[in-house]
Design a protein around this ligand. Structure first.
Ligand code: SF4
Length: 390
């Protein structure tokens, strides 16, 4: 068994095209101090007209989101892109795995552009394909691979989605993880789920939605021999969780939940299922980004909410709902630093390059990976019903 060593690359210059992080941006960026950046972005977008479609993830900066034709979570944005076949260029203001998904779901003639190639996702980077194949080999050696259905969260690289497609598994989102796990357990006799790459979403779904016990979930650590598990533990497990997490949502703590409850009367705690299990257990409501937005929109005036998700989104929710008390569930700032790599200078550079006929930072998934990843995505689209959290 080979073990892949991962160094923690700092953000910024560097080159690792197989990684979600640390890839150098080749262009001449306008300085951030240029007072004409907003006007330049507007002008370039106007010149491109219907040829360009700008997607903005909910966690994106305000300076960028103002130019988005549509906003949403990663899966909604990929579907929005696929619904616009007339748009030659999809400019994805999100992170690398999202642009890959958009490339998979759009037609070959559409080009998906990520304004900064260093906009990756630390969670997606925690599961590399060689590591996942090693884990699969260990499950084969333990005699359980035939029972295992791999399910990967949307927040994973295209080759991990393809792995799931090849091995009879599927993709899921934070909205439909419950249905995806239920589907997985129905696929084989005595099935086990191999859940990638977010241990927290996998655990929260298995325990709180499907009623499994914590003991029925084990964690595969790719940096330990045999994942840090005995063959007996693997054989006894119902869910094998990959040891990955979101560096943003993993920061929220049960202690801060207690402090906010002690200081804000009648506050409701609303968190994303990527948060740690101990935080989710203390929350009033848990759900996807779209669920969080809908919950706040539907909340009565005067209600108080402490929200555990990315700070750009929480700030926009607070600004849009001045009649409600919206608090952030952490004492310090908690932006998705990789998503925030995409700033106005990068967006202006990408749009102006397109006006000049230069396609920069095109994200292209190879045909074999695309084929299998699409199968895993299609299995998700075919899932019966949807979770109550949609
Ligand atoms: S918020 Fe977390 S999961 Fe989402 S892109 Fe950022 S690091 Fe990845």
């Amino acid at each position: 068994m080979t073990t892949v060593e991962l160094t923690l690359l700092p953000l910024g210059p560097g080159k690792d095209l197989t990684s979600e992080r640390g890839v150098e941006c080749p262009g001449d960026l306008p300085p951030a101090s240029d007072p004409d950046l907003v006007e330049r972005a507007r002008a370039a977008k106007a010149k491109l007209g219907a040829k360009v479609f700008v997607l903005g993830h909910h966690y994106q900066r305000d300076e960028v989101i103002q130019f988005a034709d549509v906003t949403g979570d990663s899966f909604k944005l990929a579907r929005d892109a696929a619904a616009r076949p007339d748009a030659e260029y999809i400019v994805f203001c999100g992170v690398h795995f999202m642009a890959e998904s958009a490339d998979i779901l759009t037609s070959p003639s559409q080009k998906v552009i990520l304004p900064d190639l260093a906009a990756g996702c630390s969670m997606a980077d925690m599961a590399r394909i060689a590591q996942v194949e090693d884990a699969w080999d260990a499950m084969t050696d333990a005699g359980i691979a035939d029972q295992v259905v791999p399910i990967t969260y949307m927040n994973s690289a295209a080759d991990i989605k393809a792995f799931c497609g090849k091995h009879g598994g599927a993709v899921c989102t934070s909205s439909n993880a419950q249905v995806a796990l239920e589907w997985g357990f129905e696929q084989k006799p005595d099935a086990k789920i191999f859940f990638l790459p977010d241990q927290h979403l996998g655990r929260n779904t298995a325990v709180l939605e499907l009623g499994l016990s914590l003991d029925e979930c084990v964690v595969w650590n790719p940096f330990k021999p045999n994942g840090g598990l005995t063959v007996e533990q693997l054989r006894a497990a119902k869910v094998i969780l990959w040891k990955g997490h979101c560096s943003v949502h993993g920061r929220f703590t049960p202690e801060v939940v207690d402090q906010i409850r002690a200081t804000v009367p009648d506050v409701k705690i609303l968190v994303h299922p990527e948060c740690q299990h101990e935080v989710v257990l203390k929350a009033d409501l848990v759900g996807s980004t779209e669920f969080i937005i809908k919950t706040i929109e539907a909340a009565p005036a005067g209600s108080a909410w402490a929200i555990g998700t990315e700070l750009n989104l929480v700030k926009r929710l607070a600004a849009a709902h001045p009649d409600k008390q919206i608090l952030f569930l952490d004492k310090t700032v908690c932006y998705c630093s990789t998503m925030n790599r995409i700033d106005l200078p990068h967006l202006v550079w990408a749009l102006e390059s397109l006006v000049e006929g230069n396609l920069v930072n095109v994200i292209e998934v190879d045909p074999d990976t695309e084929h299998w990843a699409k199968i895993a995505l299609q299995r998700m689209l075919d899932l019966p019903g949807r979770s109550h959290r949609d």
